[in-house]
Write a protein that binds this ligand. Structure first.
Ligand code: UMA
Length: 445
């Protein structure tokens, strides 16, 4: 792809847009970086520093004379601002597609509604521990494009979201994995079927030399094996699979080609990973296929102590455990979080609605949650959807929510902050939300 002298518009001045603009400028393109937000919304530090990049604020409609448009993941390909440029036939790419046109390193790619970050992180650590050079990136936080010119590892391990898969075309993963599909981002993808179709694109362009790892227990991912030429491997909590990994008598078992045996006993996993056996099985398959050895995988599994903001134990105060699950931004992740505890739960949830159906939580909340404290824009919708479930209370801030939770909880309870919603109504992002929760819990001591 020739970029020198080409007029290219990059939409979105977040981390992706800035890194994409830097890459294109380095390749000699004339870059126009645009954003719908006004200049005042950006701090000096968050702006691009390369003087060759022209910036425009207050509109993200590309100009008619642009020769190519590159979208940040947050920009919907169906949005009205792109209609004119589409009619003209101007090429529109996503950042992942652009990066993959220049990438020469084999890709391990992971998608799914929940567990992507844990699986990608764990796979990256196993590979590094095995002496296989791996770089993690993508939706996890470091854009793929920013890695292209840096070095030449053995593998790139990418977390890829449905937003990013909307615009892939030639992207090809040597080893791809779809962990699960539960309702999320339905404000953009409209139906779960459409959302699942975008996730399935992670396997596009794979050949018989490639591998596709699927969750046998999830109806949407199980269906994705149809019509594929790549080698399919499965993981399952419930059943033995022909090729892949499964649980039998509290042990992770595997069969890959003619190799088979025991990966480990579930009790040998670090406690924070024990509740995420599916992610452990997926990371095992991904790293084993990439050349990691069993003993390194076992050692890494026993050491991996989980991720920040994902079922993270913050403190125990007066016998009450405080858990930060700020990364839980959809309803499926709430199911997993609530099911992780056998103790009574005081739950803080809410934030910006992503189009999910909160009523699917009814039975679970009735059985496991003693008090529910609601925050954020989605409060009213949640209240209506959860009619007849545990006592609910509104809170106008996270600070009050934490204080209320402390009042309701007794020794032996868990205060779980698992929002099940996006964070952008009250916070910069889920990290900011999780950090604020941790600070507020610290203030209770
Ligand atoms: N913008 C426009 N016009 C639009 C839409 C957005 O100008 O029509 C502008 C916004 O004003 C903003 C900028 O675009 O200034 C933000 O772009 P972005 O939303 O693509 O955000 P980035 O900072 O580039 O971060 C993106 C991912 N964000 C989203 O998918 C929403 C990050 O995933 C990812 O880590 C990063 O690229 C690197 O790949 C975040 C996320 O929430 C963590 N992902 C979703 C999830 O995990 O559920 C998919």
């Amino acid at each position: 792809m020739e970029l020198k002298g080409k007029k290219i518009t990059v939409i979105g001045m977040g981390i992706t847009g800035i890194e994409t603009a830097n890459f294109l400028a380095l390749k000699g393109a004339e870059v126009d970086l645009i954003d719908s937000r006004l200049r005042e919304a950006f701090s000096e530090l968050s702006l691009p520093t390369n003087p060759k990049i022209k910036t425009t604020f207050g509109s993200s409609t590309p100009s008619q004379n642009t020769e190519m448009v590159v979208l940040s993941p947050g920009v919907d390909i169906e949005s009205s601002q792109l209609q004119e440029i589409k009619k003209q036939g101007t090429p529109i790419l996503g950042e992942i597609e652009l990066a993959s046109r220049f990438n020469r390193i084999p890709i391990i790619a992971v998608t799914g509604t929940n567990g992507k970050t844990t699986t990608v992180t764990l796979t990256g650590i196993i590979l590094e521990n095995s002496g296989i050079v791996a770089r993690t990136g993508g939706n996890i936080g470091t854009p793929f494009i920013s890695q292209i010119e840096i070095d030449s590892p053995n593998y790139r391990v990418l977390e890829i979201s449905s937003f990013q898969l909307e615009t892939t075309d030639q992207f090809r993963a040597h080893i791809a994995c779809v962990l699960n599909v539960t309702p999320d981002h339905l404000n953009r993808h409209k139906t779960i079927e459409e959302y699942a179709r975008f996730k399935e694109r992670i396997a596009n362009n794979q050949t018989k030399d490639d591998f596709l790892i699927l969750n046998a227990d999830d109806p949407y991912t199980a269906d994705m094996s149809k019509g594929k030429t790549s080698n399919i491997l499965w993981f399952s909590l419930n059943q033995e699979v022909q090729q892949g990994a499964w649980i039998h008598n509290e042990k992770i078992m595997f069969r890959i080609g003619d190799q088979e045996g025991e990966v480990c006993n579930l009790k040998d996993l670090n406690p924070s990973l024990r509740l995420q056996a599916e992610n452990a099985m997926a990371a095992f398959l991904l790293s084993y296929l990439a050349g990691a050895n069993l003993s390194t995988i076992q050692k890494t599994f026993s050491e991996f102590s989980g991720l920040e903001h994902r079922l993270e134990k913050v403190a125990t105060i007066e016998g009450i455990d405080f858990i930060n699950d700020s990364k839980g931004t959809n309803i499926g992740s709430m199911h997993k979080a609530i099911n992780s505890f056998s103790k009574p739960i005081v739950l803080i949830m809410g934030g910006q609605d992503k189009g999910g159906d909160f009523s699917t939580l009814k039975t679970l909340l009735k059985n496991k949650v003693k008090n529910l404290i609601l925050i954020g824009e989605a409060k009213e919708k949640i209240k209506q959807s959860l009619n007849g479930t545990p006592p609910k209370e509104d809170s106008d801030s996270l600070k009050h929510a934490v204080q209320k939770a402390m009042q309701h909880a007794v020794p032996g309870d868990v205060v779980l902050f698992s929002p099940g919603c996006a964070s952008f109504d009250m916070f910069k992002n889920y990290e900011d939300r999780g950090n604020q929760f941790k600070k507020l819990v610290g203030d209770l001591k």
